[in-house]
Design a protein around this ligand. Sequence first.
Ligand code: PGA
Length: 254
Amino acid sequence: MKNRVLVANWKLYVRAHRAEALAKVYAARFGEQRFRSVTQILCPSFPEIEDVAHAAKKSALLLGAQDVGLVPAGPATGAISIRDLRDLGCRFVILGHSERRALGETDAVIANKLLLVAAWGLTPILCVGETRAVRRQRKEQQVVERQLRRALRRFRGKQLCICYEPVWAISASGKSSGACSPVLANAMRRIIEHTLLGIFRHRRITVRLLYGGSVSGKNIAAYVGPEGFHGALVGFASTKTAEYATMVRAIARR
Ligand code: PGA
């Protein structure tokens, strides 16, 4: 993993026929040498993974999944297998996204998925973040620390991305209902760094800290840089070629 990371979380924003074409455009335009300082990870929806893998194959773009099931094989109707993700070329898996937590995913399940992902040699991108109600009660630090501790207690992998995504700052199809200022985001980044020191102590592990929530070409440079986060996890804006171009250029320089 490079020092700068850009995760494109396409959610269900990109229709089937468009995902492969979009990945081809990104591979051709942003897979070149001058963008090699940025680890770029495309996370399409599950049915698109194979086509996107094919499109990105000879480029520097890497592939990630938006979640994974708890078992690699066997009687698990509707689940997504980590073995299949690995065989299709995924190197990363987003875990604990607030849109999964909202469907009932618990810290205990997320912790097990982290172990599974690391055991299969992939890198987890763990999302943490508080809801608006929690922030109103000024309990965001408590909540994020708890999410980290519960998810990572048994984690022994060597590589990890952690994304701070305040739930209230995540856009709905590009419409944002409130931005998290870089000042607030960085305050939480320092809390996360401190919590991780406590969890990992002297263990050797490469961690990249990302910010997510309404990131776009206009604001990415305010979050990512030498004094800030290593990278960003971007939803809606990562599906727009012009936005993606601005974002990757902006952080390749920083
Ligand atoms: P957004 O989504 O960039 O559209 O706010 C971020 C995310 O939830 O991954």
